[in-house]
Design a protein around this ligand. Structure first.
Ligand code: S3P
Length: 176
């Protein structure tokens, strides 16, 4: 598939450490990092729970896709994606063309234990009425694996340890 850009893109479930790893790696490599959730919140003028409340999950997924469409025109950067970006087919297809996709693996129990304020994540919030975190994760596993170029297990590892592992893999792949 023809590449449209050469970004480094972090994907993985909520709590896998994408945002922190992206920020730290960017600092070490003197690169820019972009946090997709923050970008979308700024553009929408409201936070993610408010976007979900007003536009539904579908509206949020569309915003994610629109944001990804802006990536080919941006300077090379480290992008941390929202955990559900892989749910939309068009977003998965686009992700594969935007650079090197690194999948940060975490299991549902550890992910939940790492998230101090679940109310900021509409899909984890109490009363969301949907699936349990482990069910959401299981429904996405094949999507994460489909999109990933590189996979890093974050279980029991600190952010610093994950950054070391990601950096090593990207170096070996000639991407840093
Ligand atoms: C979501 C993950 C969140 C955020 C939104 C939806 C998901 O991002 O995009 O709450 O569907 O998994 P993080 O993975 O950064 O928490």
């Amino acid at each position: 598939m023809a590449k449209l850009a050469d970004h480094i893109i972090l994907i993985g479930f909520m709590g896998s450490g994408k945002s922190s790893v992206a920020r730290r790696l960017a600092r070490l490599e003197h690169m820019t990092s972009i946090d997709m959730d923050i970008f979308i919140e700024r553009e929408a003028g409201r936070d993610i729970p408010a976007i979900f409340a007003a536009e539904g999950e579908e509206g949020f997924r569309l915003r994610e896709f629109d944001f990804l469409r802006s990536m080919p025109a941006r300077d090379r950067c480290i992008l941390s994606c929202g955990g559900g970006v892989v749910v939309r087919d068009e977003s998965r297809s686009l992700l594969k063309c935007l650079g090197t996709v690194v999948y940060l693996v975490v299991d549902a129990a550890e992910a939940v234990s790492r998230i101090p304020r679940p109310e900021g994540r509409p899909l984890l919030a109490e009363g969301a009425g949907g699936l349990r975190p482990d069910e959401i994760l299981s429904s996405r596993l094949r999507y994460y694996e489909d999109v990933a170029d590189l996979t890093v297990d974050t279980s029991g590892r600190s952010i610093g340890q994950v950054v070391v592992a990601v950096r090593r893999m990207l170096r070996a792949a000639g991407k840093l």
